[in-house]
Design a protein around this ligand. Structure first.
Ligand code: PMP
Ligand code: GLN
Length: 378
């Protein structure tokens, strides 16, 4: 068999989490909270299970959940969303990303990706015959030069994938960035995939600049979200996509045969839970306190923090500690100091190594303090 994805190995998340377990290290590598979702939400899921909501949901998702999400997005981003035609519930954002790409990218189409990038984008493009066109962002602030992006657009460009707030760097796209992207794509048939799974994890009073806010982007974008991030339940694998009807119709052709529908009682429970905005409005303050605790605890260390405007990741340069490649350094951190981190070179196809590691701060105060104490000894 000739592999369709010869370069794909085991994801760095599985590799580092396994190593963390093997060495009994504190795991700040793979991004997931080490605290539970709200008990009220869990109760709601089991309530719906007991009440008999255990069979297939409609293919696009549970109607009450899609209605709640359409209302929430319209309120937050100022543009109407049609729950019936424009919202589909998926098996995590990962499946939404895959469906958007598989539904629209044809063999030979070019897809512009910004690296470091979340690691599912590139294989999803390649397995569908698309050609990734990589724009490498650089530490410390990972800003996009939209003039450079313009120079990458050709007649073969089918899609541009953006991610804000951005995993792994913690940077965010600003209003000016979104306006620049809107101007760049105006009058073209380039699509946008805007991965916004960290929409609520944005700090220092900044407003999330969703593609849904900008009419010229809204009309060409698949926008993806994840309850894993928003409600501390990454293992539930429930997410969703919002896109205009014409794009969503194509998306659903893939979704229908890729999974058909996702966990019914969880969708019912989420529909109820979302009706109280407090359940997500408190997230920026909740996670900002964790970010600030980690930064404060690492202040005396020899690690240099890079800016963190959003997500639950903070990146650190270790240039003043070691010249080792980041993977070797991360391995040594696990073995000698008992802390697992992600080497950021894993998010560059080229393996570009700027000697930066990513730490996940979706952890209890005790875990963050213990990890920081170990890292202060490095
Ligand atoms: N996009 C980004 C940027 C992510 O960080 C993640 C989760 N790590 C996903 C998509 C996938 O989300 P889910 O777990 O809901 O599939
Ligand atoms: N999104 C998570 C991260 O960036 C991990 C996702 C996964 O394990 N596939 O760490």
């Amino acid at each position: 068999l000739t592999s369709k994805l010869p370069d794909v190995g085991t994801t760095i998340f599985s590799v580092m989490s396994a190593l963390a377990q093997e060495h009994n290290a504190i795991n700040l590598s793979q991004g997931f909270p080490n605290f539970p979702p709200d008990a009220q939400l869990i109760d709601r899921v089991s309530y719906y299970m007991r009440e008999g909501y255990n069979q297939y949901a409609p293919m696009p998702g549970w109607p009450a959940l899609r209605q709640a999400l359409a209302d929430k997005a319209a309120l937050a981003y100022g543009q109407p969303v049609d729950w019936a035609e424009e919202v589909t519930i998926t098996a995590g954002a990962t499946q939404a990303i895959y469906c958007a790409i598989a539904a629209t990218v044809r063999p030979g189409d070019e897809v512009i990706l910004f690296e470091p990038a979340y690691d599912s984008y590139r294989p999803a493009v390649e397995v569908n015959g698309g050609i990734p066109v990589i724009y490498e962002l650089r530490a410390p602030d990972y800003r996009v030069d939209w003039g450079m992006v313009e120079s990458l657009i050709t007649s073969a460009t089918r899609m541009i994938i953006i991610n804000t707030p951005h995993n792994p760097t913690g940077s965010t796209l600003k209003r000016e960035d979104m306006l620049a992207l809107q101007a760049l794509t105006d009058g073209t048939d380039v699509l946008v995939l805007s991965d916004e799974v960290y929409e609520h994890l944005i700090y220092d009073g900044a407003a999330h600049q969703s593609a849904l806010r900008f009419p010229g982007l809204r009309s060409r974008s698949f926008v993806t979200f994840s309850f894993g991030k928003t409600f501390h339940a990454t293992g539930w694998k429930v997410g969703y996509c919002i896109a205009p009807p014409q794009l969503m119709a194509e998306f659903r052709k893939v979704h229908q045969y890729n999974t058909f529908s996702v966990h019914t009682p969880t969708q019912c429970a989420l529909a109820d839970y979302l009706r109280d905005p407090k359940h997500y409005e408190q997230l920026p303050a909740f996670y900002q306190a964790k970010r600030d605790l980690l930064l404060e605890q690492l202040e005396p260390s020899r690690f240099d923090a890079l800016p963190c405007e959003g997500t639950y990741f903070c990146n650190f340069s270790y240039k003043s500690i070691s010249k080792e490649p980041d993977t070797a350094f991360a391995l040594r951190l696990i073995k000698e100091y008992g802390v697992a981190a992600i080497p950021v070179s894993a998010f560059y196809s080229s393996g570009k190594d700027e000697q930066v590691i990513r730490l996940c701060f979706a952890k209890t105060e005790g875990t963050l303090r213990a990890a920081a104490a170990a890292l202060c000894r490095v």
